[in-house]
Design a protein around this ligand. Structure first.
Ligand SMILES: [Zn+2]
Ligand SMILES: [Zn+2]
Length: 304
């Protein structure tokens, strides 16, 4: 077993098990688990039903080492896959648990679900607009379903997430062994939702909020502003939590950002990092009350 890497369980079964354990450890989070848990399980279950698109098996895909060395994430070069063929199916599986998770926009989600059901939303057009970054098409589709562009983009982004994760996992081998000293994801360029400490001395691995990729990053440097002056960095944890300092918030005074961090060095079973982040939601709230901003939004940390 590699003690220098985090061991994950990202299967639907693993997510459910992690949620059940979280409920036992922190019963006060029952509402949060009931709200967001079904969406996390549905996303994992959906990925298990997808096969990898042929284009990802294309042997001609390769890393542009020059651009990568200059700090350009892999997808800037390769681009996102066109996943429209499975997109309607993703909508069918993920929109119902999204209604539970995002109760404030339930009506909009139902309109979008209706749009997929009666084919007034064209998955190909939608995905191409998302992948190609053409917001006008998305705005037009949003208007035709009766939702706002912001809500529509948010939902499409959530539906795209499993595809981002699958693509990221299948492309990670292209950058294996390459040095990456940046605080943003080497594959998609997003920031991390959570960090895990593992191995001797507690090496820090950042987990991308968008595609789930994880990469090593110096523990004493801020991933957001790259400041490594230790007087600018601090952390806090909940003294009443059974996890104590194993679950903590690292904060940077220089840029006022924070990052949830879980110390996994004594952990023997695999972890699901999304559920781990959900379990630390009270730390999210405290950090935001103190005036700090998360590096990346998660399903729940922008609600506080
Ligand atoms: Zn990423
Ligand atoms: Zn900073």
């Amino acid at each position: 077993m590699d003690k220098e890497r985090i061991r994950h369980d990202n299967s639907a079964k693993g997510v459910q098990k992690a949620l059940d354990t979280l409920m036992l450890d922190k019963p006060e989070l029952e509402n949060m688990v009931n709200c967001f848990g079904p969406l996390l399980v549905a996303k994992a279950a959906f990925k298990e039903t997808c096969s990898l698109p042929e284009e990802l098996e294309d042997q001609s895909l390769h890393l542009n080492t020059n651009r990568f060395a200059q700090g350009e994430p892999l997808l800037t070069d390769i681009g996102l896959i066109d996943f429209h063929e499975d997109f309607k199916r993703a909508a069918q599986k993920l929109l119902p648990p999204m209604e539970t998770a995002f109760i404030g926009i339930k009506g909009d989600i139902q309109k979008i679900a209706q749009g997929f059901a009666d084919d007034s939303i064209n998955p190909r057009e939608c995905v191409q607009a998302f992948v190609g970054g053409t917001p006008l098409v998305l705005e037009k589709t949003a208007a035709s379903t009766g939702t706002t562009p912001d809500i529509f983009n948010f939902i499409i982004g959530q539906l795209a997430k499993p595809f981002m994760e699958m693509q990221s996992a299948s492309l990670a081998h292209l950058i294996a062994g390459q040095q990456w000293l940046h605080g943003y994801c080497p594959i998609c360029g997003s920031y991390a939702a959570i960090a895990g400490l593992i191995g001797e001395g507690g090496k820090r691995w950042l987990q991308c909020a968008t595609c789930g990729h994880e990469w090593r990053f110096d523990r004493h440097t801020c991933p957001k502003c790259n400041d490594s002056d230790h007087t600018q960095h601090d952390y806090f944890f909940d003294k009443n939590s059974p996890a104590k300092a194993k679950e903590r918030v690292d904060e940077c005074h220089a840029c006022k950002s924070y990052l949830l961090t879980t110390d996994l060095r004594e952990r023997t079973d695999p972890v699901n990092m999304e559920v781990a982040a959900l379990g630390m939601v009270s730390l999210d709230m405290r950090a935001q009350e103190k005036g700090y901003m998360p590096l990346a939004s998660t399903l729940w940390n922008s609600l506080t």
